[in-house]
Design a binder for this molecule. Structure first.
Ligand code: UGA
Length: 423
């Protein structure tokens, strides 16, 4: 089929590249000329393992509709829906993109992949109709996660499609032809599809926040959070994913989407106490982490801390709403001196933090009073402890992703502090 993806950010780019690799004719459109130029040269502007291998020669990267050289069967809107000041999702880019499409391609279906509140796709169709355009809208939320997007795309748990008219099933079955015998294609109303996306992200966020609170309890009563998570996760009804304690959840999705869902509740005259608590719990997590460090090191003024990991999770260069960034900012406020290292996130972090960035973890740790691990990169799981020990001033590691081989680290003389466990 002939598909156009509007917005070459994370969702649009990964979806465009991957659908093209399955044999669809695809154009990716973005108004950012420098981004499109680098894509034309085969350079992927985000760090996403494996994605480059799926770039095909006939995939088109364009900055305007006039450059698309085929007749599209459908458009996917993949533009951002950032948080407004009141927490609601800002839908301006979605509506602008839809109007641009409708002005040129009057009846072509518009599929909304951007994460939008329930009711948006239906409202979008009405909005276009009022302007005398007949484009139907379809909701097809995205569930890819950064760092494993290729695998998530090829092996989805499910594909969710919200339609206002059954006649659009044929189009969507055609687009997702290769997935028909791989996973359920669940057809729902557009509102339900939009709610599935928000509910999934909010549920996962709540799962993490809950386990982080249980981790705090482990510290009080002497439990081991990693064992507790494992034991809880062995129950198939709960599942073993998203039970890992850490410095809090971040990224471009969970923090924004839970606020938008909270806003949607409020707008509907309802509330969700679990969601409120999830937001509150995660918001307090960075302060909690810094206070824990203070309880071990004392006042931080003048202390030197090596921060390892700046991205919101491993295998990405994304630092948006990264807990590592907010924790580092709090440490700086306390007067600590920070030297940081991240395998992929330092360029992006430089825009948010004015600190020394090191070439590697050994350089970051040189002369440090303590080391603080905030992202679960493989590189930090297998550090050379004897080399590390030679450079540091204080042999203390705050392993706040619980990833280290503590026996080896202790053999090299390090004291290890982890979350939710005392060994
Ligand atoms: C998330 C969802 O997982 C995707 O399904 C969804 O498509 C995407 O948002 C989106 O809405 O676009 P992503 O933001 O890439 O994906 O990141 P996750 O892997 O979900 O991690 C989010 C945060 O939770 C990270 O900060 C991570 O470190 C943290 N986390 C995750 C934990 O603290 N513990 C865990 O057990 C799992």
């Amino acid at each position: 089929m002939n598909l156009v993806f509007i917005g070459s950010g994370y969702v649009g780019l990964v979806s465009g590249v991957m659908f093209a690799s399955l044999g669809h004719k695809v154009a990716c459109l973005d108004h950012d000329k420098s981004k499109i130029d680098s894509l034309k040269n085969g350079e992927i502007p985000i760090y996403e393992p494996g994605l480059k291998d799926y770039l095909t020669k006939d995939l088109q990267f364009v900055t305007s509709y006039a450059d698309i050289d085929f007749t599209p069967d459908a458009f996917f809107i993949c533009v951002g829906t950032p948080s407004s000041d009141d927490g609601s999702a800002n839908l301006d880019y979605v509506f602008e993109a839809a109007l641009d499409i409708a002005k040129i391609y009057k009846d072509v279906p518009i599929i909304v992949k951007s994460t939008v509140p329930a009711g948006t796709s239906t409202r979008l169709q009405k909005f276009l109709k009022e302007k005398r355009y007949n484009n139907p809208t379809i909701s097809n939320p995205e569930f890819l996660s950064e760092g494993r997007a290729v695998e998530d795309f090829l092996k989805p748990d499910r594909v969710i499609i919200g339609i206002g008219d059954d006649k659009h099933k044929a189009l969507m079955d055609g687009i997702y032809q290769q997935f028909l015998d791989k996973c359920p294609l669940l057809y729902t109303s557009r509102e339900s599809a939009e709610l599935i996306k928000y509910s999934s992200n909010a549920f996962l966020a709540a799962k993490i926040a809950f386990l982080n609170e249980i981790s705090n309890l482990c510290e009080k009563v002497g439990g081991n959070i990693d064992d507790v998570s494992k034991g809880v996760g062995l129950d198939h009804r709960i599942g073993d994913k998203f039970l890992k304690t850490g410095p809090g959840f971040g990224g471009s999705c969970f923090p924004k989407d839970i606020l938008a869902l909270q806003y949607l509740f409020a707008q509907s005259g309802a509330s969700c106490l679990i969601l409120d608590a999830t937001i509150d719990s995660n918001a307090k997590r960075s302060r909690f982490i810094v206070d824990k460090i203070k309880s071990e090191l004392g006042e931080l003024l003048g202390k030197s801390i090596a921060v390892l990991g700046l991205t919101f999770k491993a295998n990405t260069d994304d630092v948006r709403s990264s807990p590592a960034i907010s924790i580092t900012k709090l440490l700086l406020e306390e007067g600590a001196y920070i030297s940081a290292y991240d395998p992929k996130g330092m360029e992006n972090a430089k825009e948010l933090l004015n600190i020394d960035m090191a070439k590697n973890y050994l350089e970051a740790a040189k002369g440090a009073d303590a080391i603080l691990i905030l992202t679960e990169w493989d590189e930090f799981k297998n550090m050379d402890y004897s080399e590390l020990a030679k450079g540091v001033l204080g042999k203390i590691i705050f392993d706040y992703r619980n990833i280290l081989d503590s026996t080896k680290a202790r053999e090299a003389g390090f004291i290890i502090h982890r979350l939710g466990r005392d060994n």
